[in-house]
Design a protein around this ligand. Sequence first.
Ligand SMILES: [Mn+2]
Length: 449
Amino acid sequence: MLMQATRKLLCADPVEGREMEELPISSELIAELNAPLLAALEDDYGSLGRQLDRRTIAINEIKDRVLGFSVALPSWGSGRGGTRFAKFPIPGEPTNIHEKLADCAVVNQLSRATPRVSPHFPWDKVSDYSALKEEASSLGLGFDAINSNTFQDQPGQAYSYSTGSLASTVAATRQQAVDHNIECIEIGEKLGSNALTVWVGDGTNFPGQQDLGRSLDRYLDAAAQVYAALPEGWRMLLEHKMFEPAFYSTVISDWGSSILAAQTLGPKAQCLVDLGHHAPNVNIEQIVARLHRFGKLGGFHFNDSKYGDDDLDSGSINPHQLFLVFNELIEAELNPRDGFNPAYMIDQSHNVTDPIESMLSSAEAIMSAFAKAVLVDRAALRHAQENNDTMMAFQTLRQAYRTDVSPIVAQARLEAGGAIDVLNAYRRSEWRERCAQSRKAVGLGAGIV
Ligand SMILES: [Mn+2]
C-alpha cells in the first residue's frame, strides 16, 4: 500500500502557474509516516522550549535559524564509494547524473536541508545542460559549486595527469587541465552555479621527485589562467589536502599554501576547508577562524575521519569537533568582516551503507551541530573571555553542546515538509527497492566513481 503511495504526480503550485512536478516520494506518504510521531515531537519540543526559556533563549528563533540553513550534496555521494582496494555496489545504485539527482531529491525531500547538488565533471557530463538544470529544478534542486577533475585520466584524453595537472612539468598537460577547468566554468554557467572548486592531486611520492618551489610556480601560473576565465560574480574555491594520492608532498598541501595561492590569484579566489584534509590533531576550527579573518573562507566540506582522509559520515567519529567548527562559523557570520558566504557541501565516501541513508544521517548531524552552535550564549562567552574566566568560557560552549537539539531539527524538518524520522521514512518508501527494479547494475571496481 505504501509503495503505491510513493510515486505520484504532485501539483507544485497551480496559483503561480508552475508546471506539474514529479517528486520521488509523495508528500502524502511523508505526512502518513509523520502522523504517529507528531504528539511525541510536540511534547519534546515543548519540553526543550521550556528548558531554553530558562536560559532566555526562544526555541522558535533557533528553529527558524535551522530552517534557514542548508548544505549541498555531492553528486558522487549518491553512489557507493570505495577505498583504493574495492567497492561493493548495491542494487538500485545510481549510474548517471539523472539517477543521482533523483536520489539527492529523496534526501532533500525527507531532510529539507539539502536543496543543492554539487556536480563533478567529467563524471556528470550530459549533452544538454539547460535540460539538466530544468530536470534538477523539477526535483526541487539547484546546483552548487562545480568540481573539476584533473586527478584521473579519461578515455581518449590527449595527455596523462600522471605527471600532475595544473602543476605538471608538461606544458601541454597543464594547458589541458586549464582548459578542463574553463569548460567546467562554462558548464556551471549553464547550470546556474557561481563557483568552481579546484582540488588537484598534484604532488610527489619521493623526495627530490619535483622541485617544491617550481611546482607551486607552475600551479599558480596555470591557476591564474583559470581565474582569468571566472565570470562576474563567480568564485574559485581552492581545496587543499596534505596527502593522497601523492604521499610525500602535495602542491596545495595545507591552509597556508591555500591562502597564499588565493591571495596571489586575487579576490575571487578563496579557500575551501575539507575536514579530512589535514594532519592528525590539527585545530581545524582555528583554521576556519584564520581564513575568515583574512576574507578567504570560501567553503567547507563536511565528513569525518579517524586516521586521515577517511571520508567517514559527518559527526560519526567526532561530533564535538563538528560543533566547534560550527561555533567558529557562527562567530564568522556574526562578524562578517569582508563578507561571509561559504559554500557548504557534504563530501563523504559511503563504502558500507546505503548512500541515501548516510546523507540523511549526515544532514541531521550537520543541522544538529549548527543548532548547538546557534545556542551558544555569545554574551556569556565574550564576558568570560574578556575576564579570562577559562572555566566559564569552556562551560558556555559545553552547555550548548550538551543540549539535545533533535526536537528543534525535527520540528524544522516537519515545518518544511520533511520527515520527522528520516531513516524510517526512507526505508518505508522502498525507494531503493524500486530503483533496483529499474536501474542497471553498477560495475565492480575501486574508487568513488
Ligand atoms: Mn573535499
